[in-house]
Design a protein around this ligand. Structure first.
Ligand SMILES: [Zn+2]
Length: 320
């Protein structure tokens, strides 16, 4: 389970290790070159003596001498660069010219670290879900032609909605989405594509089947494990609750669900929910209070079609 803090800690570790390795390699090459070429140490000595003289001369205000010293300094540094270049040692090549691999620009976290953080989150998610299989490109609308044009039309517009959701994603403005419909119609597929897209844009998304999410909160509350999970679910830029309704229904899970939804609505943070339940079943299971929150604040979309897993099974086994 990755909290924002942990994700960024890892991202900075990766960034810093990269820089360290680069510097270590360059330092090693430099050291052996200095051992071979005595001229380098001479240049360094003369340059530091010029530096000291410059400081003194600046106080006296002798501009002619300052110009001379600067000129000599330039000649020396050109000579040094040429020696290094001949030995194949360039300046440190930073991965990111914006922050020179420090990870910060003007006191803010640089985009390059955000990209690494996204990779950290996606790798973590990939261990749980087949993220690479669940992209918008791999969402095949051909599976929705079986029961007339209706399903295909509906799913075409839902696919469009999801793509636009990612393209224009802004955690302060994004709407809440509720995907409903029978199992096997691609709800998880599309929400995972949303998660990847949003994370790749540098936002923190938290995804999990309802059962896992509620269990995380429960273990945090009762055994002290998974510290920070609940806060991460409340604070993330996008919370995705998959498979709502398949979890064991307890008073605790109901209250976690209600509090998550209510708190995120109050702080105007977007949530995406997938469920096989109808609105009436949601009301029966979680109560009218939560059903009315969902009706009033979520853009509900019903998935149509014929179970894709069944279609694939039939295709694969046809003729056997
Ligand atoms: Zn950077």
């Amino acid at each position: 389970m990755l909290t924002k803090e942990l994700t960024y800690k890892k991202a900075f570790e990766i960034k810093n290790n990269g820089l360290k390795q680069k510097n270590a390699k360059r330092d090693f090459l430099l050291k052996s070159l200095y051992a071979e070429n005595k001229r380098l140490a001479e240049i360094d000595n003369e340059m530091s003596s010029i530096g000291a003289q410059l400081a003194l001369t600046a106080l006296s205000g002798n501009s002619e001498k300052i110009a001379l010293l600067n000129k000599r300094s330039k000649v020396l540094s050109a000579e040094k660069s040429a020696i290094l270049k001949r030995a194949g040692i360039g300046d440190t090549a930073y991965d990111c010219s914006l922050c020179q691999d420090t990870g910060y620009v003007g006191g803010k976290i640089c985009d390059c670290v955000k990209k690494i953080a996204a990779k950290v989150i996606l790798e973590d998610l990939n261990r749980q879900m087949p993220l690479d299989e669940c992209t918008f490109e791999k969402f095949d609308l051909n599976y929705y032609s079986k029961d007339g044009e209706n399903a295909r039309k509906r799913m075409t517009s839902i696919l469009k909605l999801c793509k636009e959701y990612v393209n224009g994603f802004n955690p302060e403005k994004a709407e809440n989405l509720l995907f409903m419909g029978s199992p096997g119609l691609g709800k998880t597929h599309l929400t995972l594509a949303i998660v990847s897209g949003v994370v790749e844009k540098g936002f923190m998304a938290f995804y999990g089947p309802a059962e896992n999410l509620f269990n995380l909160v429960s273990t945090e509350r009762f055994s002290g494990e998974n510290k920070g999970s609940y806060e991460a679910m409340l604070d993330c830029d996008l919370l995705v609750i998959d498979d709502l309704g398949t979890e064991l229904s307890t008073e605790f899970s109901k209250s976690v669900f209600y509090n998550l939804i209510n708190s995120r609505l109050l702080s105007k943070k977007p949530t995406v929910i997938n469920t096989n339940l109808t609105m009436k079943e949601i009301a029966d299971r979680y109560g009218e209070r939560i059903a009315s929150r969902l009706i009033g604040n979520f853009n509900a979309n019903k998935f149509l079609g014929v179970d894709i897993r069944q279609q694939k099974f039939l295709q694969e086994n046809r003729g056997i």
